[in-house]
Design a binder for this molecule. Sequence first.
Ligand code: ZN
Length: 306
Amino acid sequence: MNGQTFELLILGSGAASPTAKRNPSAQLLNIVERYFLIDCGEATQMQLRRYKAKMQKINHIFITHMHGDHFYGLPGLLSTMQLLGRKNPLHIFGPKELRPVIEVILEASESRLNYELVWHYTHDNGLNLLFEDDKVKVSSFPLRHRIYCTGFLFQEKPLPRKINMDKLKKFKVSAAEIPKLKKGLDAHNDLGQIVKNNKLTTDPATPRSYAYCSDTISDRGVVPYIENVNLLYHEATFLSDNTKRAKQTFHSTAKQAASIAKRANVQKLIIGHFSSRYDSTVRFLSEARSSFRNTEIAEEGLTFKI
Ligand SMILES: [Zn+2]
């Protein structure tokens, strides 16, 4: 932990049809107070309310693909943001087919938004940078599903070196040198001497990362994109008793998700997108943990901190 927020709130973790227990896919990722909504299944806005998430702070929404359980919540959320008086532009990242669908819904219902929607299209030719600021970058990568689908990789940017104020005093280095030191450069002291950076600073915390893989057939081709992430979400629609069905429908089993996590050497795996045919997640967990021990269930309302 480096003291700055990097946390994932699970809003929906069911597959195609909502059940009394589970909502369709949606997650809210907070990286140093940037709020990224990932997928927006039906009822996402109600889940945001339920877990007291900061709806109007969401400026970036990422949609993986055009199956309804991943975006049917979007028109409602956009309208609610309008009713709550939103003014800030909202950036939406997703397949190019998403924009006309949303626009026709807004048009047919004569909904006028008083804020700007800024559309960004994903591509499925390798890793594509979608968003970047001074702290974070977000990229998409291809997934293999029945229709066009991408995953998303959220990475913290390298942090500045940590300044040791006592050492600054000791070596007579003024505060004016701090910006240089943070970048890893050496400093000049009050006597005109050069003082090496490593005498005055320590290593910053390692940048953290999160990868989101939903929906996808089990595919080793995804490993290079998600290697060594701190946290991986991978869909696990089925158990091994339905391996054949998983393949037919371009989904994964819990065991397959775990084997991808292991191969990609991630720190922790979360599984979700459970088919409504299963009543409980107990077997999902045991099946996944038999291949990758550090696995958790994406239970709605849970927050995973890195
Ligand atoms: Zn799908």
